[in-house]
Design a protein around this ligand. Structure first.
Ligand code: NAG
Ligand code: NAG
Ligand code: NAG
Ligand code: NAG
Ligand code: NAG
Ligand code: NAG
Ligand code: NAG
Length: 774
């Protein structure tokens, strides 16, 4: 999205009492309206397609064109109110968008602020993701029912892969693994749209979810490259096994009712104008039931760069299959594009059919929304409800990752720690906890506030005034505080000044004098110090990893409104941390080896390109994907170590005996190969805890672009001290044991495959047909 800051200011200025809140939320087909109540499009017993056709048949050309932007004006003649498509809900109901909430001090002026997505990603807990989305859609309906929202189309989740550690928006996503992202997309969409955890679809959309940015969008502004002009050159292999899976799952498993196309070009083509991707792939092949929105102003941005005239851009987008222009380009230029015969009225009708079908599925053409059978009774008491705020705390707790804990310096003892020095620019700033795409939180408690509950003897020194830490003048004072107290906790990291929309980082180090501040304080402290990192993206903290005077490192990301409490609970052992890094933490050197503009996932030894993410990167890491300690010690063992042999009866050999092509991973032949494996997870520690359980696949080698390893499933389990529990995973070989060739085709190799959990692995052999008959 563009112009976020402006929007934020705008919505802050707009609050109450200027705004008259209507008691009934905006809707069409009001039963008391004598004109519209007899119209076919208001007959709730008819199929939606029929109602939509009737509505469109009644609209004039001007009315049709007026509806093509994200801010769709009312059509009073037909009893249709204003509809605003652009509402943000990435990790809570947020500021921003033309459809932003009318936050009002006389009504609802806060909403639950869950952790930034990268933090909840670190929990590897799909149930948690679902519950968060469920809470957010409940709050959305509560706000809508209270007359403070002009739409119910939420533009999240962001499921672009966190490809490069410098990406300014990486923290909006759950991480760098395609399967992890796919599950996140599915669960978040189900929660937002009111479907069941297992995928049973609700009768009416609770809210409409939008997976963005379809696809291969993950660069803001880096050097001279900008997202508005960038041409992402993506191989067929990377496209198929890395960039597309989250969007495919979003549509096929999550039944998302929207995809958003990005600003950038892909392999030379402006994505929002690409018929092959928007219509052929997303709508026809995947079966998207809903609409495609453009990123905001993405159509306008095409002009001059990719399209010659405004009408050219209009035609490209509409012909490609884009349905809602976030912006005003189509509203301004469709009439002249029609006049020049570059588009037809049918192109516009198609977009409107997709739009109004979603508005009807939301129940907005069924009369008074407060009488809606499923969602009418959700009241404003649901916004910031106690359960939602507790869930925000739970999510922060599950997402915090313990990166270092030498000689068990953590947890701190609640009885023995008498005094604490709290140091750092991120210790006492509540807005740092929220990340971007944030809303006004229900409560604001900084880590410093929360720590005051555990010991009354606290000395707080910021050391520098913000994360940029451009001056070292505060170091003396910080050293003094450190010298005089039992323990030191440093709150360092980044802020949105270093990583945000339209702004990528140029390096991975802690900014300014942060490193100097940390090491100076560590040097004079009585005990090894504790470093808490508040940052979305990874930082190279090798210096802290190796410094024995730094006893513990905790990554808390941007943990949301309850982040202060969550950090304090982890520091003092009230919660046993179990989060695992959802992204690789690279050394600073990586930024010299890899231009951000190189989209290739796979390493290339000829050019010394080291590859990206744990699946392909060949170099050293600061901390690897999936890394995370806890106050317990867990083991993960396969129930049976027996080697397994699979016979690929019924699959077509692509190449004599070396691999088989998979055309449909859910085919009957494929289903027959499914099997289960059980991993026994044991908590060897003396405290209870929750741990993610990750199941990986590896091949005998990583030749031909095979990943070094690949996450194939995961879950999260809670275990009492000394408890063991079995975790059963369903393996579908066509999906999980397959790989993608350079041509972008999915195949399964014959020969050995290894399933890995913790330090253990079991072998699964794929037999050639006719051989190894059992
Ligand atoms: C722009 O539109 C004109 C008129 O239809 C057409 O001839 C031309 O190919 C289009 N160019 C681009 C770049 O879309
Ligand atoms: C908190 O941090 C943000 C981001 O750096 C900054 O804009 C804001 O002024 C800070 N607030 C306070 C109270 O220091
Ligand atoms: C302090 O502890 C009390 C009791 O457990 C709790 O209700 C309160 O929210 C805590 N306050 C802070 C700032 O942590
Ligand atoms: C590339 O080099 C790395 C590191 O030297 C090595 O491990 C890997 O096998 C090589 N890959 C190929 C495809 O030759
Ligand atoms: C954790 O437990 C396993 C299994 O009992 C043991 O092999 C390992 O050494 C333990 N590790 C630590 C760090 O205690
Ligand atoms: C790598 O593994 C594949 C699949 O098991 C096998 O076909 C190939 O011969 C192996 N290549 C090398 C260089 O070991
Ligand atoms: C395989 O595991 C899945 C996931 O736990 C479970 O739902 C299913 O019942 C299991 N199937 C068999 C045959 O045990």
């Amino acid at each position: 999205m563009r112009n976020h800051r402006e929007n934020l200011l705008f919505s802050l200025l707009l609050f109450s009492p200027l705004l008259a809140l209507s008691s009934v939320p905006p809707h069409s087909c009001d039963p008391s309206n004598p004109t519209t109540k007899t119209y076919t499009f208001c007959k709730t017993t008819l199929p939606i397609a029929k109602r939509v056709d009737d509505l469109i048949s009644r609209m004039t050309l001007e009315e049709k064109i007026s509806q093509l932007g994200d801010d769709s004006p009312a059509i009073p003649r037909l009893g249709i109110p204003v509809f605003k498509w652009w509402t943000e809900a990435l990790h809570g109901m947020a500021y921003g968008g033309t459809g932003s909430i009318h936050w009002s001090f006389s009504a609802i002026f806060k909403a639950t602020s869950f952790p930034q997505v990268i933090v909840t990603g670190a929990s590897f807990n799909p149930h948690l993701w679902y519950k968060i989305a469920q809470a957010i859609s409940t709050e959305a309906r509560g706000i809508f029912n209270n007359g403070q929202l002009d739409g119910l189309t939420l533009w999240g989740p962001n499921v672009n892969l966190y490809r490069d550690p410098r990406w300014g928006r990486g923290h909006e996503t759950p991480g760098e693994d395609p399967l992890h992202l796919s599950k996140y997309a599915t669960m978040y969409v189900r929660g937002l749209q009111g479907d069941s955890y297992e995928g049973g679809q609700a009768k009416a959309l609770k809210t409409s979810a939008c997976c963005k940015h379809f696809t291969a969008y993950d660069l803001e502004k880096w050097g001279t490259a900008s997202r508005f002009t960038f041409d992402a050159v993506v191989t067929a292999q990377d496209m198929e096994d890395t960039f597309q899976p989250p969007f495919k799952s979003c549509v096929q498993d999550g039944h998302a009712s929207c995809l958003m196309c990005p600003f950038n070009r892909i392999n030379g083509v402006a994505f929002c104008g690409d018929h092959n991707f928007l219509t052929k792939l997303a709508k026809e092949q995947w079966g998207l039931d809903g609409y495609i929105a453009s990123d905001c102003d993405a159509i306008g941005v095409m002009v001059g760069m990719y399209a010659r005239t405004p009408e050219n851009a209009t035609a490209l987008a509409l012909k490609a299959g884009m349905d809602v222009d976030c912006g005003t380009h189509l509203q301004k230029h469709s009439a002249s594009a029609l006049g020049k015969k570059m588009i037809t009225e049918e192109d516009i009708d198609r977009a409107l059919r997709n739009q109004f079908a979603v508005r009807m599925r939301l129940g907005l053409f069924d009369g008074n929304p407060l009488e809606h059978k499923d969602y009418g009774s959700i009241g404003k008491d649901q916004v910031c409800a106690k359960e939602h705020q507790e869930l925000a705390l739970q999510a922060a707790l599950e997402g915090i990752v313990l990166l270092k804990n030498t000689r068990n310096i953590l947890p701190l003892s609640k009885t023995k720690v008498s005094s604490l020095a709290v140091i750092g620019p991120n210790a006492n700033n509540a807005s740092i906890l929220l990340g971007n795409y944030q809303g006004p939180p229900c409560v604001s408690i900084t880590p410093l506030d929360a720590l005051r509950n555990y010991t009354s003897d606290i000395k707080y020194v910021d050391g520098c005034s913000n994360a940029a830490c451009s001056s070292a003048v505060g170091i003396k004072q910080a050293e003094e505080a450190a010298r005089s107290m039992d323990h030191v906790v440093l709150f360092m990291g980044l802020s949105l000044d270093q990583e945000r929309e339209d702004f990528d980082r140029s390096d991975l180090l802690l900014p300014g004098s942060q490193q100097e501040l940390i090491t100076s304080v560590a040097k004079v402290a009585k005990n090894p110090v504790i470093l808490v990192l508040l940052c979305g993206g990874p930082v190279d903290v090798s210096f802290a990893k190796t410094n024995p005077k730094i006893g513990a490192i905790l990554w808390a990301g941007y943990p949301g409104q309850a982040g202060g409490h969550a950090i304090a609970q982890v520091l003092f052992g009230e919660y046993n941390p179990g989060g695992k890094l959802p992204v690789t933490w690279y050394p600073q050197d990586y930024t010299k080896q890899v231009p951000m503009t190189n989209m290739n996932m796979r390493a290339d030894n000829a050019t010394k390109y080291p590859g990206r993410t744990y699946r392909f990167y060949q170099g050293k890491t600061v901390f690897p994907f999936g890394y995370g300690l806890s106050y317990s010690n867990y083991s993960y063992e396969f129930n049976s170590k027996a080697k397994k042999t699979l016979k690929l009866v019924g699959l077509k050999a692509a190449h004599p005996t070396s691999h088989y092509e998979i055309t449909e991973a859910k085919s009957k032949e494929c289903q027959k190969l499914n099997f289960n494996v059980t991993v026994r997870v044991t908590n060897h520690g003396t405290v209870e805890g929750r741990t993610p359980v990750l199941l990986f696949l590896r091949w005998p080698n990583a030749s031909n672009g095979r990943p070094r390893k690949q996450l194939i499933d995961f879950t999260s389990v809670h275990l009492k001290a000394k408890e063991t529990t079995p975790v059963e995973f369903a393996v579908s070989p066509c999906e999980h044991l397959s790989r993608v060739t350079e041509e972008g085709k999915r195949v399964i190799d014959t020969g050995s495959h290894f399933l890995m959990a913790g330090e253990n692995e079991i072998e699964v052999t794929v037999a050639e047909r006719g051989k190894n008959e059992l």
